[in-house]
Design a protein around this ligand. Structure first.
Ligand code: AMP
Length: 216
């Protein structure tokens, strides 16, 4: 089955996807991770992407679709697309690519959270440089200050696009670009809204219930 996770930065969709990967064997594909990996390679296209990301803007549809070309060939089992599609153009191109391979999107999960809660969740995020575990200054500090709970590393990084001024640009871009997506998937009757302001376990349970009810 194919799931799209739709939700603004900070809505917790990445955390929910990780849980489905660990506990239910889902595959998780995040365009944000894919783009950051491309930046880390230091290629010409990577440097171009880095500039766009640091400004909080969306990477062009052409770049996204070219990086995604092979993904549709690998669709199998339960697959979560997180952060893609972000625009109507991407959604239409994705539907076209999937239908060529006789696949279709089974559900689009829309993680809803009010904007003021989102800004607080994003500003303050940091992650372990070694194992990528994600923490938050207030909501999820490390158990021992300055030491990763998982791998005990003492080196941490903050995403340059998690600064407050960039976060607001990212949230505006998200709203502007995804409103048409909600309409598009709403018309196909595959849009499911989840209250993402609740705690991680409650959201996960609601998600599992909605997924298991699909097709009933
Ligand atoms: P994320 O990790 O999903 O919050 O994405 C981080 C950044 O990567 C976004 O703010 C965009 O600049 C870029 N990005 C991720 N996915 C897409 C996409 N599907 N289309 C365009 N830009 C994207």
């Amino acid at each position: 089955m194919i799931f799209i996770f739709l939700g603004p930065p900070g809505s917790g969709k990445g955390t929910q996807a990780d849980l489905l990967v660990q506990k239910q064997g889902f595959q998780h594909f995040s365009t944000g991770d894919m783009l950051r990996a491309e930046c880390a390679k230091g290629t010409e296209i990577g440097n171009l992407i880095k500039q766009t990301l640091s400004e909080g803007k969306l990477v062009s549809d052409d770049i996204i679709l070219s990086l995604l070309e092979n993904i549709c060939n690998d669709v199998q089992g339960h697959m979560i697309f997180d952060g893609f599609p972000r625009t109507l153009n991407q959604a239409i191109a994705f539907d076209r690519q999937l239908s060529i391979k006789n696949h279709k999107i089974d559900a689009v999960i829309d993680f809803y959270l009010p904007t003021d809660l989102l800004v607080g969740r994003i500003v303050g995020r940091f992650s372990c440089k070694k194992c990528s575990s994600v923490y938050h200054d207030k909501n999820k500090p490390t158990r021992t200050p300055g030491v990763c709970d998982v791998c005990l590393s003492t080196e941490f990084i903050r995403r340059s696009d998690d600064r407050e001024e960039v976060v607001k640009t990212r949230l505006d871009a998200y709203e502007r670009d995804t409103t048409p997506l909600r309409e598009y998937y709403g018309k196909q009757n595959i849009l499911i809204t989840i209250d993402a302001s609740l705690d991680i376990e409650t959201v996960q349970n609601e998600l599992l219930e909605k997924i298991s009810n699909l097709g009933k």
